[in-house]
Design a protein around this ligand. Structure first.
Ligand code: MSP
Length: 593
């Protein structure tokens, strides 16, 4: 035990750039690419999803936003296990014209619609394993206090003034649009109706006396922030897009509406004739959750990472940091941006009738299966198209056949009758190909596999840091393929435990494959928590051995003891992930209708 602890420390020093063990030393991934500051035991990190509009039921795009945040958060918890170090919030956005109109159309009081749809989001996230620590609703009293306090600060700092504001307002996007973003489309009666160029939603001309925020003052500070911190908005193309927007004039922003027009919201303090603009209201949710305006919020701000879709980039990367700077606070630590899911090449929308219900997907593909699909196929930089066959094909090939098959091949009773983690033989798999003795059986490709899997945790951490979770999964999947190749190459089923020549090599092949599986299981926890649990339990890896701090791959190869060697495997609990194509009756039916 002491030696293992010593090895951990060595590994940590090596990962921070001091090569203690030379180039072939065991790989350890406790200090991730976030560096010492983020991974330090006391360092805090706060992850947020956008808060979701309650005008309609959740769809797979919403779930995707929440799962990206969940995976980032779970990965961070594997690096820094202290429960007090990571916080993760989600919630619902319940005020504004959009909700007011949706409630009226449904014949409901706005509060009734909010309760109903907010409950649907909460249920979906519970079912999908979204491990949030907080859920905020903008209709809560604590939120009203936070928003009004924030407003008071802006006012006290002379950043609000009253003026006449006019322009096209799009209730669906909850924002004013410049003339260039408005087009005309034939309406129901054939007349040309003004609509938003991007979303196609109707816009109406609005002319009101409102409170206006001096956004124009923040153009230069925002540019400086984005230039000084190249990771402030990630991935890079989105940061460049924001910088591009900031090349143009930044007009002041209307931050209230007449209450006679918009009553469903938070009143401006001291002026009941005005309601606070829904985006200002919504953005402050990130502060409400962490206890603002009480000083406790400072423990989590600005160590905050917002996960958002590309459609709300301007609100988060321009309006929000400007409002924060205006209130004397720092912008958030990171804004991670993702693109959208389309269906058969089209935007998902209620009017097109192509909205994909996430709960049906969780039922059909299992929670872990659907989580894996969305995070493996969703590429932040561009839109992805959804269709059922794609899910079946991916899950069957990567989870059922490749990963499940590998586990089965190495743990099945006929190949591993003792049901233990076999012993690694250094003579069969010497530390380097050059020092091979007569019993050496490992080949060049086997050394390549060991090298690749040894660097996998670090590679995965880098992909998480760059918000490229799909690349992390691609890397794991490629290693799974390589490990299957290793097993295929050495065909352990042709070797005999009875033969003194075969037995040490047979044990070594299985040991290496199980070590690879242990790394894959550990790294898959943020995306497929139950499946990873099943895999690690089958390998006999206990709950305290599943963090990234404990992840030392193949220590025996590097001359250190392996705590798993000789240990009993966990109980056999059936297929890791049953193939879906056998249960495709619903798919065929769905195509016929
Ligand atoms: N209420 C605002 C956010 C306020 S945050 C202070 C909002 N809500 S939303 O319900 O319309 O969207 C919530 C999230 O879902 C956004 O990140 C949005 O990009 C995401 N998605 C909505 N449709 C989507 C897809 N089709 N695909 C992927 N994500 C999508 O905006």
């Amino acid at each position: 035990m002491l030696r293992v602890r010593a090895l951990r420390l060595l590994g940590r020093r090596r990962a921070s750039g001091v090569s203690v063990l030379g180039s072939s030393g065991p790989r350890h991934c406790s200090s991730g690419p976030l560096g010492v500051r983020d991974d330090a035991p006391g360092a805090r990190a706060f992850f947020t999803t956008p808060i979701f509009y309650v005008n309609a039921a959740p769809h797979i795009g919403h779930l995707y936003s929440a799962l990206l945040a969940d995976a980032l958060c779970r990965h961070r918890r594997l690096r820094v296990p202290s429960a007090a170090a990571t916080r993760f919030s989600t919630g619902t956005d319940e005020h504004g014209l959009k909700i007011q109109q949706a409630a009226a159309a449904a014949g409901l009081a706005p509060a009734e619609l909010c309760d109903r749809v907010s409950a649907q989001f909460q249920q979906l996230f519970r079912e999908a394993g979204v491990s949030s620590t907080d859920f905020v609703r903008t209709t809560e009293a604590r939120h009203r206090v936070a928003v009004q306090h924030f407003w008071g600060l802006l006012e006290a700092r002379g950043l609000l003034y009253k003026g006449l504001y006019e322009g096209w307002y799009c209730a669906s996007e909850e924002c004013f649009l410049p003339e260039a973003k408005v087009t005309r489309q034939p309406g129901p009666s054939g007349d040309a109706c003004p609509v938003s160029l991007e979303s196609g939603h109707p816009v109406s001309w609005t002319k009101e006396e409102n409170y206006i925020f001096r956004l124009s003052q923040f153009r230069e500070p925002l540019r400086r922030w984005l230039r000084d911190d190249p990771q402030a908005v990630t991935p890079e193309p989105f940061r460049l897009a924001v910088l591009q927007w900031l090349e143009e004039e930044l007009p002041d922003l209307s931050v209230s509406r007449r209450s006679s027009h918009l009553h469903w919201g938070i009143p401006v303090p001291g002026d009941d004739s005005q309601t606070i603009y829904v985006w200002l209201d919504a953005l402050v949710n990130y502060l409400t959750v962490i206890g603002y305006p009480n000083a406790e919020f400072r423990a989590w701000w600005p160590a905050t990472s917002h996960i958002i879709g590309k459609d709300i980039l301007k609100f988060h990367a321009i309006y929000w940091p400007a409002l924060l700077l205006g209130a004397g606070m720092s912008p958030p630590h990171r804004i991670y941006v993702h693109s959208h899911w389309t269906v058969c090449g089209q935007k998902m929308s209620k009017s097109l009738g192509n909205v994909v219900d996430p709960r049906t997907c969780l039922d059909r593909y299992t929670v872990d299966g659907f989580r894996y699909f969305l995070l493996r196929q969703g590429v932040p930089n561009w839109d992805c198209d959804y269709y059922d066959e794609k899910v079946v094909k991916l899950l069957d090939s990567e989870l059922a056949d490749a990963l499940g098959g590998l586990l089965n091949r190495c743990t099945a009773n006929r190949i591993n009758p003792s049901g233990t983690y076999p012993v690694f033989c250094t003579n069969c798999f010497p530390p380097a190909p050059g020092v091979a003795g007569p019993s050496a059986r490992a080949q060049a490709e086997d050394y390549a596999l060991v090298n690749t899997v040894a660097t996998l945790p670090r590679q995965v951490a880098e992909h998480y840091d760059n918000f490229q979770i799909y690349k992390a999964l691609e890397a794991v999947s490629s290693c799974v393929r390589q490990t299957n190749g290793f097993v295929q190459r050495h065909a352990p089923w042709k070797l005999s435990w009875e033969s003194p020549v075969d037995a040490p090599w047979l044990g070594t092949v299985l040991h290496v494959a199980l070590e690879c599986l242990r790394v894959f299981g550990t790294l898959l926890q943020p995306v497929t928590p139950s499946l990873a649990d099943k895999l690690l339990s089958r390998l006999g890896v206990s709950a305290t051995e599943r963090g990234l701090g404990e992840l030392i791959f193949l220590p025996r190869f590097y001359g250190y003891p392996c705590p798993f060697e000789g240990r009993r495997l966990g109980p056999e609990t059936g297929l890791l992930f049953p193939r879906l194509d056998q249960s495709r009756a619903w798919l065929v039916k769905a195509h016929r209708t």
